[in-house]
Design a protein around this ligand. Structure first.
Ligand code: NAG
Length: 413
């Protein structure tokens, strides 16, 4: 299998290796699909102390630049920081406060596509006259109506897709990323719709703009049976995400969509899914844990879009799994702040345990049980956990209960 890639080699050479090597990142997704309606930079400003206290190392903010759509995913003027989330002034105040509290700010980098300002080739809006980075149709892929090359990835339909094969385009994007990093003050990057352009461009962008940490959204469909049941084996799915990471030179982590897809079926009484034939975790986490960013929902899969939601009655089992396991876990805003204090506090407890037991992205894992209604594992030899209806308890007097809730429990030594 080709999955054991150049991880160890890259560890030594990556300038941004610090965060990846350390492996103790805990991420917070600091928005949902409706955030643009709620004076967001100000709202987050008030929450920074709690986010810091809870142990998050980095908070992913929604796209901060001017966009055609209020959510920020149809960018136009990349150098304007006035967005529906708030003014440039409020954004900078937020970033300042995050710096004081030692929570890094992750910018949502939307560079697969860009909305034009004026009509060009074919009568389409594929020119950018009158704003900074005033590209013409040659910056737009031929697949999306421009005069550039074919896309090096999937086409995002209905809008001009940026042609990353053009040297002038890459030079401008690198300049913009450096501006976000050095002048605006973001430290981490999240690459939106990373399926839309080749991973080698992400490698170049990361090398040139040096984020402390970066993640790609390589969202691919899982494997299903003809009757739309999730296949047990998702190896080809996780291999595609791993290939993407590998093609960034290992410089970027990726969201572990494989783990999300399997976990949300597993918690519905199919916990046998959580052990692959080799006895490992079945997602990207099982093969390249230091590059696997685990999560259970985000602004697309959950929130008001609910494209692929985690079953709501199993949220805490989901967190009991990702917050005790290898990989780099992410907590979603809605679960942390909109689901009430008990959920917030149960998540905080799991975060505390992760840190006090020093569980990190490459902690060892031994899966003990993976049956329909019971999953249990020992992580880092000093923590063990179970999820599911089935009862289970570690053997040995050295284990003490650290926390428990509906269908989950965690012990430490
Ligand atoms: C892309 O198009 C340009 C001309 O606009 C050409 O010189 C270049 O070789 C093409 N690059 C690729 C990778 O196809």
């Amino acid at each position: 299998m080709g999955y054991l890639s150049s991880d160890e080699i890259n560890q030594g050479t990556a300038f941004n290796g610090a965060a990846l090597q350390n492996g103790r990142e805990i991420l917070f997704q600091a928005f949902n699909w409706e955030s643009h309606k709620h004076d967001w930079w100000r709202n987050l400003d008030r929450k920074v102390p709690d986010i810091a206290r809870s142990g998050f190392t980095s908070a992913w903010l929604p796209p901060a630049t001017h966009s055609f759509s209020p959510e920020g995913y149809l960018p136009q003027n990349l150098y304007s920081l006035d967005s529906s989330y708030g003014s440039e002034y409020l954004l900078k105040a937020l970033l300042q406060k995050m710096k004081q509290h030692k929570v890094r700010a992750m910018v949502d980098v939307v560079i697969n596509h860009r909305i034009g300002t004026t009509q060009g080739h074919g009568g389409r809006y594929n020119r950018y006259d009158g704003i900074p980075l005033s590209w013409d149709e040659h910056a737009v892929t031929s697949c999306s109506g421009g005069l550039g090359n074919r896309s090096t990835g999937d086409n995002f339909h209905g809008v001009p897709n940026i042609d990353h094969t053009q040297p002038f385009v890459r030079k401008d994007i690198i300049g913009w990323l450096q501006w976000l990093r050095k002048y605006v003050g973001f430290q981490d990057f999240r690459f939106d719709f990373a399926k839309g352009y080749a991973a080698k461009f992400v490698k170049e962008y990361v090398e040139q703009s040096k984020p402390i940490f970066s993640i790609g959204e390589y969202w691919d469909t899982c494997n299903y049976t003809p009757s739309y049941r999730l296949d047990y084996n998702q190896d080809s799915h996780r291999q595609r995400i791993i290939n993407w990471i590998d093609n960034t030179g290992g410089l970027s982590a990726a969201f572990d969509f494989t783990t999300k897809g399997i976990l949300q079926e597993a918690v519905k009484g199919e916990l046998w899914r959580l052990r692959d034939p080799q006895g490992k975790p079945p997602g990207v986490m099982g093969w390249w844990p230091s590059r696997s960013v685990t999560f259970i929902d985000n602004h697309d899969t959950g929130s008001t879009q609910a494209h692929w939601p985690f079953p709501s009655s199993h949220i805490m089992e989901g967190y009991a799994y990702i917050l005790t396991h290898p990989g780099i876990p992410t907590v979603f805003y809605d679960h942390f702040y909109d689901w009430g204090n008990p959920t917030h506090d149960q998540i905080v407890k799991l975060l505390d345990i992760r840190r006090s037991q020093d569980i990190y992205s490459r902690s060892s894992i031994r899966i003990l049980e993976a049956q329909s209604n019971l999953y249990s594992a020992i992580i880092g030899e000093k923590l063990c956990m179970k999820i599911g209806d089935g009862s289970w308890c570690p053997s040995g007097r050295e284990w003490k209960l650290a926390t428990s809730g509906h269908r989950y429990a965690v012990w430490h030594k």
